[in-house]
Design a protein around this ligand. Structure first.
Ligand code: GLN
Length: 197
C-alpha cells in the first residue's frame, strides 16, 4: 500500500517513519499529483487551522475532500482528528475542515493550561500509553461513528479519543510520538485493508 502523509505542517515525519516501520511505503503529499498516487492518507498532528489554510494554498483542499467522499482511507491524529470532523467547537473564526466523520470535536478540550499529558488507556481492547498535546476530544457523534477509546477527563466524564466511521479513523493522541506501532497497524490492517481493493 502507498500511504500518503499530508506534509504541509506538523509532525508528518514521525508518521512517515511509522508507516515505514510497519512495512509500507510512506510518501509525502504536498501536491494534488502526489495525492493521486496514494491509496490512503494520514493527516498529522500540528495546527489544524494552518494545515487547512495551507491545503487551500496548495490547491489540495478540494481534492482531499473528493478522495474522502470516494472512500479513501484516512487516519487523522490530533489536528488530523479535527480536520476529519464535520463540526468543531472552539474553532478559529471561519475554520474549515475536510470533514467526513459525523461528529463534533472540541479543540484544546482538555484545557489550555494542561498543554500536554500522558495517559494509559484502552484502545480497541488493548492497553496502551498515549501522548496528548493540546488535544481535542469528541463532544458529540452520530450512531454511525464507532468509539475505539475514551478517557475520563477533569470534568469527571468520559470523552471519546479514538473513533472510526468506515474508512475514516481519528485519534486525539499521537501514537507517532511513541515507538508503539499498534495504532498505525490498526489503520493499515483493519481500516485500509478492508477499503483498498
Ligand atoms: N490544538 C491543535 C489544533 O487545534 C492540535 C494539537 C496537535 O495536533 N497536537 O490544531
Amino acid at each position: 500500500m502507498k500511504i500518503g502523509v499530508l506534509a504541509l505542517q506538523g509532525d508528518f515525519r514521525e508518521h512517515l517513519l511509522a508507516a515505514k516501520q510497519a512495512g509500507h511505503a510512506g510518501l509525502t503529499v504536498r501536491r494534488s499529483e502526489e495525492l493521486a498516487e496514494v491509496d490512503a492518507l494520514i493527516l498529522p498532528g500540528g495546527e489544524s487551522t494552518t494545515i487547512a489554510q495551507l491545503a487551500r494554498t496548495f490547491d489540495l483542499f478540494t481534492d482531499i475532500k473528493k478522495r474522502i467522499a470516494e472512500g479513501m482511507p484516512v487516519y487523522g491524529s490530533c489536528a488530523g482528528m479535527i480536520l476529519l470532523a464535520d463540526r468543531i467547537v472552539d474553532g478559529a473564526l471561519g475554520q474549515e475542515t475536510f470533514g467526513g466523520i459525523d461528529m463534533t470535536v472540541r479543540r484544546n478540550a482538555f484545557g489550555r493550561q494542561v498543554d500536554s499529558f500522558e495517559s494509559d488507556l484502552n484502545f480497541n481492547g488493548t492497553e496502551m500509553h498515549a501522548v496528548f498535546i493540546r488535544a481535542p476530544w469528541v463532544e458529540e457523534l452520530s450512531s454511525s461513528v464507532q468509539v475505539l477509546s475514551d478517557v475520563i477527563a477533569a470534568d469527571g466524564k468520559r470523552h471519546p479519543v479514538a473513533v472510526r466511521q468506515g474508512a475514516l479513523f481519528a485519534t486525539s493522541f499521537h501514537p507517532e510520538l511513541t515507538t508503539d506501532l499498534r495504532v498505525h497497524r490498526y489503520f493499515f490492517d483493519q481500516v485500509c485493508a478492508g477499503a483498498i481493493k
